[in-house]
Design a protein around this ligand. Sequence first.
Ligand SMILES: [Zn+2]
Length: 70
Amino acid sequence: MAYCRFGRDSDVYVYAIEGGVECCRCRLLDGRWFKAPDAAQMMEHLLAHRAAGHRVPESALDELRQELAA
Ligand SMILES: [Zn+2]
């Protein structure tokens, strides 16, 4: 399941994997993959993207927030 994909409103591609959440071809890591063990750490990672000026759809953060609340 993808939280968001590369596109007009997104500079990140984030999806759930076995045992965590992955940021595909991460711009913060020169195109390498970032793997977070849980939604909370992916949330922090996406906020770091925003701090760097990258576009992160609010809907992706909302979905992660919902998982944290579940
Ligand atoms: Zn990333």
